[in-house]
Structure formats: C-alpha cells, structure tokens
Design a protein around this ligand. Sequence first.
Ligand code: GBH
Length: 449
Amino acid sequence: HSFSPPADSILRRKDFLLGTATASYQIEGAIHEDGRLPSIWDTFSATPGKVLNGDTGEFACDHYHRWQADVELLSSLNVDGYRLSIAWPRVMDENGKPNRKGIDFYKTLLDGLKAKGLKTFVTLYHWDLPQYLEDRGGWLNRDTAYRFADYAELMSRELAGKVDAWMTLNEPWCSAFLGYASGHHAPGRTNIRYAPQAMHHLLLGHGLAVPILRKNDPGSQVGIVANVGRGTANTDSAADQRAAHLFEVQHNAWVLDPLLKKQIPQDLFELWPGAEPLVLEGDLETIGAPLDFLGLNYYFRTNVKSDGAHGFVEAPPAGVERTQMGWEVYPLGLQELLIGFHKTYPNLPPIYITENGMASDDQVVDGEVIDNQRLSFLNRHLAAVDTAAKAGVDIRGYFIWSLMDNFEWAFGYERRFGIVHVDYQTQKRTLKRSAQLVAKFLADRRAQS
Ligand code: GBH
C-alpha cells in the first residue's frame, strides 16, 4: 500500500489544496473553561442512551490545551490547509456579548496556523449550538437565524485577515434531519414536520451571514458545506428508480436547490406531505446569495428500493467492502455526484471536498498503526475526484476527515476517523501509516520545481 497518485493526477498540482479537517466539539474538550457556555451537544451527550458508551465531549482530544502541539503536528504532515470550526458557545453569551477569552483562543490558534503557512478554512457552525438558543426553540425559531448572523458579524470582525475561507454551516442536512426529525443528533427532537422548518432557518442564517462575512473580511472566500449522498436503485423498475431519485432529493437537492436555484424542491413534499418550511417573502433570495465556493462532504452510497408508497427504504447490498461505521466503500458515488451537480447546476461554484475519509479500529502495535484500508480508501476517492476534474468539474482541494481520532458524535470515541491515532488515556498522538505516506507525498510534491 502506498499513497502515490498517477503522474497526470490533479493531486500532483501544487495549487490543488490537500488538507485535513476537524470540528470544535469533536476535539477541543475544556467545556467548562474560560467562560464557555453549554452547547446542545453537552446536553445531548449527558442524556443516557444517546451516545455510545455514554461518551461526551468533556475531554475529547484536549485540543483546547494542546493546540500548539497539534499545529506542529499539522505542520509535520506538510498539508496545505486545515479546516476547523469555532465553538459558538465559547465566543458569545445569551445577550450577544463577546467572550474575550474564547475569541483569543481562536485568534492565537489561527495565527499559529498562518505562521506555519497553512491555509485556514473556518466553519462557523459545526453543530454545537449554544444551549441558551435551543432553550428558545433552536433552529425551529426564526430568531436563531438572526442570532447566527450576529455571531458571523462578531467573528468576521474579530478574525478578519486570519481566515482564508469561511464556511457558514457544516451539513445543514444533519442539523435539520438528524437533530429534529430522527433525533440521532442533538437536540434529539423527533418530528418529521420540524425538519423542513429547521432547514429553512439554518439556510436563512447562512444567507444572512454571507454578505456580512464578505463585508468584514473582504480578503477571504465565503462558502458553505453540504453533506451529499449517492442514492442508487435496487432494480431497474420505475418504482425503484423513483425511490433513488427521492433519496437524492432528500439528501442533496433539499440543501443545494435553495442555495443554487433559489428553490425548494417540490418532490420533497411527496416524501413529507403537509410539511411547511415557513418561508417568508425574500427568504429564498437571501439564501441564494452567490458563493465563492461550495464545500461537499462525501462518505458513502445508499442503495434503495421503493417502500411501496411515496418513499424509499434501504436495500443494503451484500458482499461489499465496508468501514468500521458499516458504511459501504463506494468511490464511484463521489465521481457521479460531482459530475451530476456540474450538469444540474449551471452556476455551480468551485468545489472543495471538505470531508472524505473512513473509520477503522486499527490499534498501535510497536508504535505503529497500519491502516491499509484507509490508504486504499483515500487513493480510490482521490482518483474519483481526479476523474471528475478531468470531466470539467472545477475542484480546488480535498480535506481528509479527520486529522485525528475524535468524538464521533453518537458513536463516541469507538469509531476512529483520524489519520493520526489518539490514545485517550495519555492524549498521545501517533501518525498512522496513512498520515506518514500523505506527508511524504506532500514533501515530494513541494520539492518539485
Ligand atoms: C460528517 O457527518 C461530519 O461533518 C463530521 O463531523 C463527522 O465526524 C464525519 O462526517 C464522520 O461521520 O440517512 O441516516 O443513512 C457525517 C455525514 C451524513 C453520515 C448523513 C451519515 C447518512 C445518514 N453523515 N449520512 S442516513
């Protein structure tokens, strides 16, 4: 196993950004320090039965205290960029008052990254909503969109010049659907009618934030991150084809159509009859603000069949390669989605793959972690990116999820997505073989004239 993209691969170009990604709640820990207020994930993970093994983000990777060493670690990997997120409850209280200590943490961190020559990609909202906002209705309350805009205003004023690319939201699909309909994520609410309302307010918050970020930090790029899923049909039957289409409407078009077409896909209401997104006049214009880039997170495909009515059910294929999450390894899906979006959305902005990667439970043996499945996974998905680029899709970079093993939401610490292994007892970081080979590739790429 190696990490060696073909000679003509887009990856060999120095201007193709290769980076790693993390998120605040998944790595920081220090949830009671320096005035950080509770988030919905503190509440959710403290609720018995919500997170595997009762894990919480209380300590996580202790990145809040170890950020300097982690910046050194990133630098040793020779990556071009790093995607991180800001914890909203660290930087702003319920009256909109800034928390200096929280803001200073991100200022020094970003300065540290810039000092190493890293491009900084900063997500404002990677799911850790302040609990005080959930107590007022969370994303079901339209006011939360305006509070998000205030937060974007504060951050872009304070951090202007330190951020290469802003991302408003990470995966609004997950916030809306897993948070408010299935309840698998915080705040754990379970009514399908909530999902379109939460989504609308999330996207409205995004749309309000875009011009603010541009005005306050004119040197940066402004975008958003959507998770995308490939839905394939179990058979050629019209009903199964329709089911696969509806899967992709629910996962992709639900987010991308408002952003890129200023429309809510009407097929959604076939799945959720009577759903009301609570759209006011002008909202779709706000949401459809032009983007400098679009971040896409891709993990796997879902094979589906008709449920016999107006929906889809999963039809998991047998005998396929899967990861520690049970997710099918399906690089073709990434290629197909990228090429498909390029056709569907004539105004598709430049793309960054802001997350892709896999969980595996490889352990440290004699100081080494041999994660060959991950290397193979990365190679194949990067080949899919390369194919899409050659088919005309404007793709600027790719971030491996994740820099290091971390709090994998409802799955706690048992699922390990890092290219760096974390021993949670000692907080020792060990480069897995994938990290070593990526670092080597990037060092060679840099050395080339
Ligand atoms: C990303 O989300 C997150 O951004 C990141 O924080 C996380 O650690 C990482 O991926 C790994 O999980 O319709 O029920 O089959 C996860 C993306 C998108 C994966 C939706 C599951 C299908 C849910 N998720 N997807 S379902």
